[in-house]
Design a protein around this ligand. Structure first.
Ligand SMILES: Cc1ncc(COP(=O)(O)O)c(C=O)c1O
Length: 441
């Protein structure tokens, strides 16, 4: 008997009508505790949402990273509603495009010019087009996940397992033209020598080096400046994908936090608090040639996303959101670490404070079971998440308290079942499937 019968029934219906059941792989129910975790939401406010079965949860995934200020933020939503009352898009342009570009150029170190899109993957594809167009070269060297488009999945045409350590195993490039084989090659994050060797091997052919500058850990000192130097030496455009990192690290994004300024950067998700919006920003000499490239789409001028992004940026600055998240993340980590110690569980909440994650110190073959049990028991106690945490500014002391209490109970169950060697028998669901595995240091 499932605890989420309405979610399960809806998912059955979805599978009949929607190939794969969901639009985003991270929303597939096998990413969490299938049959225990919620699959369908009806509403969300602040740090919490309610599912179709009437359960309330603290959302530790924050809309897969898209929610920065909190769900249904009144300031952003009021601005959007006012915009809707004036019409959302026109046959001509709107000044908001320029205002948002000015704001982004004020915030983001590399931003001198800006183009818009609606999703992270789309903006990554745009950045790649601009880099190829500006350099006249074709090859992309990349590290990490950058969306679903052909340019990226082409990496798995050359060698089936290419993306295994960058995305998640088993992604097949079905439907990606075979002619693209060899046009995008992954490099291992954190290994400057390996990147230097690849650049030598493909000398004169590399249009761009594309990477997430960081996600859950700060890169080793000098790594990113080393990448920057190599890009410069080889005439390749350095692109930082900040779709998931974004404004959580500060108003200057991850690049501002790390002090390394790329040539181009991609932002989406957190810049507009859940409304569809993305931007490619970058240095004038790299961006300007885009004027002659065919990069054009009707909805990129939609004023809902523009208004939401402009208001989110201003509110994030006014409320000093990033500092709040750094402080809150540190508190969350220390509360969970104290809870694990009190329960005698060998586990640690690790990683950068704005993007912490639970690490269970168990043998590799047990990790998947323990992680699934953690997700399952936390869900039963009103905490929805993976083993990692996406913070937003609506999370506060009541979320911290409830989550710490839920973790104490969950950690006790895990510790006891490890001691009794019966973790699997505690699972009320199938094993959770690996979340995105990203090569970022
Ligand atoms: C680093 C990174 N790039 C690109 C994307 C793709 O963004 P979207 O899902 O909005 O297309 C994601 C999504 O998780 C991401 O984390």
């Amino acid at each position: 008997m499932t605890r989420v019968p309405k979610s399960m029934a809806l998912y059955e219906r979805a599978l009949q009508l929607i190939p794969g059941g969901t639009q985003l792989i991270s929303r597939r129910p096998n990413r969490v505790a299938y049959g225990v975790s919620p699959i369908y939401a009806v509403e969300a406010k602040g740090a919490r949402f309610r599912d179709v079965d009437g359960n309330e949860y603290i959302d530790w995934i924050s809309g897969i990273g898209a929610i920065l200020l909190g769900y249904a933020d009144p300031v952003v939503d009021d601005a959007v509603k006012e915009q809707i009352s004036k019409g959302t898009m026109y046959s001509v342009n709107h000044e908001l495009e320029i205002e948002l570009a000015e704001e982004l150029c004020d915030c983001i170190p590399c931003a001198e010019m800006v183009r818009y899109a609606k999703s992270g993957g789309e903006a990554c594809a745009m950045a790649v087009r601009i880099a190829r167009g500006a350099t006249g070269k074709d090859l992309i060297l990349f590290c990490g996940y950058h969306g679903w488009h052909d340019w990226y999945l082409a990496a798995n045409l050359a060698e089936e397992a290419s993306l295994n350590s960058h995305l998640f195993p088993g992604i097949e490039p079905i439907g990606v033209p075979k002619a693209l084989a060899g046009t995008a090659l992954p490099f291992p994050g954190g290994d400057l020598m390996a990147l230097a060797e690849m650049l030598e091997q493909h000398k004169g052919r590399v249009a761009a080096i594309m990477m997430e500058p960081l996600r859950s850990e700060v890169p080793a000192p000098d790594y990113l400046s080393g990448v920057q130097q190599l890009a410069k030496e080889h005439g390749a455009v350095l692109i930082f994908d900040e779709v998931s990192a974004g404004l959580r690290f500060g108003m200057g994004g991850a690049q501002g936090f790390l002090g390394v300024t790329p040539d181009l950067a991609v932002f989406a998700k957190s810049i507009s608090n859940g409304y569809p919006m993305a931007a490619v920003v970058g240095r004038r000499d790299v961006m300007e040639p885009a004027a002659r490239m065919f990069i054009s789409s009707t909805y990129w001028s939609d004023t809902i996303g523009l208004r939401a992004a402009l208001t989110t940026l201003k509110e994030a600055r006014r409320r000093n959101v990033s500092s709040q998240l750094w402080k809150f993340g540190a508190e969350l980590k220390s509360s969970l670490n104290a809870a694990a110690a009190a329960c005698g569980l060998s586990a640690e909440c690790i990683g950068i404070d704005v993007h912490p994650a639970m690490h269970f110190k168990v043998p590799g073959e047990m990790r998947s079971e323990v992680t699934t049990l953690y997700i399952q028991e936390m869900a039963k106690r009103g905490c929805h998440g993976y083993a990692s945490f996406y913070l937003n500014a609506a999370q506060g002391s009541s979320e911290l308290e409830q989550t710490t209490q839920a973790a104490k109970e969950t950690f006790t169950i895990i510790a006891e079942s490890i001691a009794a060697n019966n973790v699997a028998s505690k699972l009320e669901c199938s094993l959770q499937k690996d979340a995105f595995r990203r090569l970022v240091r």
